[in-house]
Structure formats: C-alpha cells, structure tokens
Ligand binder design. Structure first.
Ligand code: HEC
Length: 141
C-alpha cells in the first residue's frame, strides 16, 4: 500500500514539476496519456508492486532494478535483521554458504524470518531474484 501510494505521489510530483511551462492543451494531452497508467496500477496488483520498474516495461529486469524495487526496503536499512547491501562482515558467513544456498534463500525465503519467498516480489521470476542476489553479493564483499 505504502509503495503504491508513493509511486502515485512520485508520479504526480514529477508530472507537476515538468508541466509548469506547458499550455493548457499540452497539459490536457498529457493528463489523458498518464491516466491509463494510473488505472493499471490501481487495478493490477502485480504491476503496482514494482513501481517504476514495472513501468519500464516487460522482460527480465536487472539485478539492480529488482533490488531497488523489491529488496532495498529491508536490505538497505537492515530492517528485521536483513543483512545490508555493502555490509561485508554481515554478508561474509552467508556468502561462505555458496551461491546456491543464497539463491534458494532468495527464491524460497527463510522460514521464521522477515525474508519472505522472493522478498515478497511475487511478480519476480526466479532468474530476476537470483540476479538481485548476485547484485547484493557483488556489492557486499
Ligand atoms: C521484508 C524484508 C525483506 C525483504 C523485502 C527482502 N529481504 Fe532478504 N532478508 C531479510 C532478512 C530479515 C534476512 C535475514 C534472515 C536471517 O537469516 O535471519 C534476509 C536475508 C537474505 C539473504 C541471505 C540468505 C542466507 O541464506 O543467508 C538473501 C540472499 C536475501 N535476503 C535476498 C533477498 C532478495 C533477492 C530480496 C528481493 C527480491 C530480498 N532479500 C528482500 C529480509 C528481507
């Protein structure tokens, strides 16, 4: 919910900032164009979760994109005890388990912790989750 609200607010802010010098006609045309995007986001739960990433189009997203959309909330702050991106000491023991173990944790989650399956990103493919794991590991050693 928060993320949906945030993307909508961000979209509105970005729009009003860039619309300052437009004529009424141009503004109306833009409003018409952005309207369907708002509807899609409100109705389609899966496309909303990804926010800006989902808007970038279909196809496989990069590890960095997936991290920013689905993992950062916990892995940049350490929320719920998540190992932070860039925390070399915090990742060392995990990295020592090997990539397969980390991929499995990313895809299946870790029971009893805040690490849900796919970090809660149910529209992420397994490949996108492993790419995000690779991105975090590469940035944390
Ligand atoms: C709601 C918070 C949350 C989100 C969102 C989240 N994680 Fe995590 N993650 C955690 C926590 C908490 C842990 C530590 C769990 C533990 O070992 O106690 C963790 C641990 C991990 C680990 C280490 C697993 C291991 O075996 O040591 C990986 C890899 C990981 N997360 C990947 C991801 C990826 C990829 C995403 C995004 C697609 C993601 N996480 C999103 C909370 C989160």
């Amino acid at each position: 919910m928060t993320r949906i609200a945030f993307s909508l607010i961000a979209a509105v802010l970005a729009f009003s900032a860039s619309a300052v010098d437009l004529s009424d006609k141009q503004r109306a045309a833009i409003e018409e164009r952005i309207q369907p995007a708002g509807e899609v986001c409100l109705e389609g739960d899966s496309s909303c979760g990804g926010g800006a990433v989902a808007a970038a189009g279909s196809g496989s997203r990069s590890g960095e994109d997936v991290y920013n959309a689905a993992c950062m909330a916990c892995h940049s702050t350490g929320a719920a005890g998540a190992p932070k991106l860039g925390d070399v000491a915090g990742w060392a023991d995990r990295i020592a388990k090997g990539n397969d173990a980390l991929y499995s944790s990313g895809i299946n989650g870790i029971e009893g912790t805040g690490m849900m399956a796919k970090g809660g990103c149910m529209n992420c493919s397994d490949e996108e989750v492993t790419a995000a794991v690779d991105y975090m590991v590469a940035g944390s050693q």
